[in-house]
Design a protein around this ligand. Structure first.
Ligand code: LLP
Length: 405
């Protein structure tokens, strides 16, 4: 989004504010259908990346499917008008009560533990189900976001496929899908091919005669900095379609192929605009203090992630190196250290880019600092989807929700 628009919206609605470009989201979602040429394809947006209801409604009008990971995500999606058939629920260490509450909705479960499958089968014999396997390949841009391989809590081991079969026989479960997810921000496409191949090796009609789809997870990489080489998703799409096509011939049926991208669909659409209120020169080290913090965008602190930062208010200023810090009472509360940015003055507005995925959705009100407002812009029309509460309102909401006033 252009600098002038970001400035205009942040002046109108105040800072800190998340601004999302709806057109970019839809373009990203749709382009995956162009890249991946397999005709029976479903792209399930991983709503954990950003559950903003404006974004979800927009995706619904563009006929998107959703990957959900908690009962509340399922309920929110259904409230917004998604059909239960459009959702997959990837359960992860859920309680029995949660299993029952989601099962009532009729959404398909994706189960990644033998004991959970056993419980599910005993409670709901004859149901359809999808099984999440650990494909023995891990990938992703940080160890916290690698979700397969030898050290992970996710998925059933490939070597346990026979046990999955036995449980399914015992409870007459119909295994309609197989699933794997190797990690987030996968830089090496070879890892995807390898994980697909590993999963497809066990996907034989003897063990899994009722398959309707195979889901290869999310993890499509977004370039956060300019150095990272962009992946040629067109080549990638052709290659995976060819792997899958060969598999389907052997399996004896044309199955659906699912993917579940979160980051790829929304990361680049998001901008967090913040304001500088304090400048310091600590023995030559320039520190810009802002009205945001890691409670609004935790990726740099949690994963060492790089997010571009630009000074919207001084587009032609000279470059200096700054620490860009927040207003929380913690030393780690910095978005960037010694980053080259055009000269910053107090009251300048900065934009943090690629802030659409896992930024607002991983936010909190730590230090009792409210989450920012969120604005969605589509075809030049803006809609304020969430409004930042005032400090007084935030304090009141904590006070009112307490049982011990
Ligand atoms: N499917 C499953 C089963 C997942 O666990 C995930 C992400 C996705 C799909 C979507 O992955 P994506 O396409 O967004 O990479 N908070 C981290 C990312 C954590 C992802 C966890 N699982 C970050 O900010 O980088």
């Amino acid at each position: 989004m252009e600098r002038n628009l970001l400035l205009k919206y942040s002046q109108k609605y105040g800072t800190p504010i998340y601004i999302y470009d709806g057109n970019k989201i839809i373009a990203r979602y749709n382009e995956l259908y162009k890249y991946i040429t397999w005709p029976k394809l479903k792209i399930l947006y991983a709503m954990k990346a950003n559950y903003n209801i404006g974004i979800l409604k927009l995706l619904r009008t563009h006929k998107a499917y959703l990957d959900t990971v908690s009962p509340a995500e399922v309920f929110l999606a259904l409230k917004l008008g998604f059909n239960k058939e459009d959702l997959l629920f990837t359960s992860n260490n859920i309680t029995d009560d949660e299993m029952h509450e989601v099962k009532k909705t009729g959404v398909l479960f994706n189960i990644g533990a033998l004991s959970s499958l056993e419980k599910f089968g005993a409670a709901y014999p004859g149901s359809k189900v999808c099984i999440r396997f650990n494909p023995d390949v891990y990938a992703g841009e940080h160890k916290h976001v690698q979700t397969a391989g030898s050290v992970t809590k996710f998925g059933v081991l490939l070597s346990e496929a026979n046990q999955v079969y036995e449980i399914s026989q015992k409870y007459k479960l119909k295994i309609v899908g197989l699933h794997e997810h190797t990690g987030s921000g996968i830089g090496e496409t070879a890892k995807v091919y390898e994980s697909m191949t590993n999963l497809l090796e066990i996907a034989n009609p003897k063990l899994f005669p009722d398959l309707e789809f195979v889901d290869f997870g999310g993890g499509f990489k977004v370039s956060y900095d300019r150095q990272t080489k962009k992946i040629n998703y067109s080549n990638f799409g052709k290659k995976i379609s060819s792997i899958f096509s060969k598999f389907c011939k052997v399996y004896g049926k044309e199955l659906y192929m699912y993917f579940e991208p979160g980051k790829y669909v929304v990361a680049e659409s998001g901008y967090l605009v913040i304001e500088v209120n304090t400048l310091k020169n600590n023995r030559g080290r320039l520190i810009a203090g802002t009205n945001s913090g890691f409670n609004h965008l935790i990726r740099p602190l949690l994963y060492g992630s790089f997010h571009h930062i630009e000074n919207l208010s001084n587009p032609t200023g000279k470059f200096y190196d700054y620490d860009i810090c927040g207003n929380l009472c913690e030393t780690g509360d910095c978005f960037a250290e010694q980053r080259s940015i055009r000269e910053i003055r107090e009251s300048d507005k900065l934009v943090i880019k690629n802030a659409g995925a896992y930024c607002y959705s991983m936010g909190s009100i730590y230090n009792l600092r409210a989450m920012p407002s969120e604005l969605l812009v589509m075809n030049g029309t803006e809609k304020l989807i969430t409004k930042k509460p005032t400090n007084e309102e935030l304090a009141q909401s904590i006070f009112s929700s307490s049982k011990h006033q």
